[in-house]
Design a protein around this ligand. Structure first.
Ligand SMILES: Nc1ncnc2c1ncn2[C@@H]1O[C@H](COP(=O)(O)OP(=O)(O)O)[C@@H](O)[C@H]1O
Ligand SMILES: [Mg+2]
Length: 265
């Protein structure tokens, strides 16, 4: 379980200090797929990065499985981070390492014996559908394949939680659906709690059990995904849904026009 308790975050100090997260209170349950939805600059990344302490809260607490982790450091911090995997929009792979050695990197850090690293790395690559890609380099892979490598690497230490920061934002829509399917499978089969950051309504709708809408450093509403989207309360979510519907309408119109033109010829 992940809890944010009166969490605040400011960047800068003194006269330059500005608060970007204001009094966040929220609980994410074990095994959930939880989404943070919001536009650029809303504070999604900052909030999620407090879970593995890439950002420290300025006030309040992050509580994981009942323990306040806001101030952990040294060995305890390293231990905490092995329990939390993370993937990013731009994959963040090591370009000089093969696919297999990207996946086994966290196991090298943990001083696991080589045979065990290789065995586990191969098993993870099979899990993400990349058997046979062990000796390739990231530059030889598609975006979707690179994100699969990053997912396998994030799973190397058998984390309980995986943080996904705009993980599909650099991918086309078909590849996005494939990666979301893989993440769903990891949630169901391995029981990993997923924390999804996205600016995309369709990504949130596709994968999240619950969604928190974030705007200007506040959670403006939170609820079960279908319920929330069927009955939005905040102006920002209403506007997001309206603009998504408009875009769908435009896409349908474009297809219809193309079909009519084809018929006309
Ligand atoms: N390292 C930083 N230093 C100063 N300001 C930052 C830093 N990181 C983010 N911010 C600011 O905090 C706010 C929230 O940013 P961020 O969490 O990245 O939003 P999101 O992920 O929703 O796009 C923005 O105003 C951003 O400019
Ligand atoms: Mg962000």
């Amino acid at each position: 379980m992940i809890q944010f308790d009166h969490l605040k975050k400011s960047y800068g100090t003194g006269a330059d200090a500005h608060e970007v997260l204001h009094d966040i209170n929220l609980t994410i349950e074990d095994g959930e797929v939880f989404g943070f939805l919001g536009s650029s600059g809303a504070g999604k990344s900052t909030l999620v990065r407090t879970i593995n302490l890439l950002e420290r809260p300025t006030e309040g607490k992050v509580i994981i499985d009942g323990a306040d982790v806001s101030h952990v450091s040294g060995r305890d911090l390293a231990e905490l981070r092995t329990k939390i995997g993370m993937i990013f929009q731009d994959f963040n792979l090591f370009q000089q390492r093969t696919v297999l050695r990207n996946v086994t990197f966290p196991l090298e850090l943990a001083h696991r014996p080589k045979a065990q690293r290789i065995e586990r790395g191969r098993r993870l690559l099979r899990l993400v559908g990349l058997e046979g890609f062990e000796d390739r380099y990231p530059s030889q892979l598609s975006g979707g394949q690179q994100q699969r490598v990053a997912i396998a690497r994030a799973l190397a230490n058998e984390p309980k939680i995986m943080l996904c920061d705009e993980a599909t934002s650099a991918l086309d829509s078909t590849t996005t659906v494939q990666i979301l399917d893989l993440l769903r499978r990891i949630n169901r089969e391995l029981g990993v709690t997923l924390v999804i950051i996205t600016h995309s309504l369709s990504v949130a709708r596709n994968i999240c059990d619950r969604v928190a809408m974030i705007d200007g450093g506040n959670i403006v509403e939170v609820g079960e995904t279908a319920e929330l989207f069927a009955n939005p309360q905040s102006d920002i979510l209403k506007a997001l849904i309206a603009s998504a519907n408009e875009q769908n309408g435009r896409d349908e119109e474009t297809v219809e026009r193309a079909e009519n033109e084809k018929k006309g010829r």
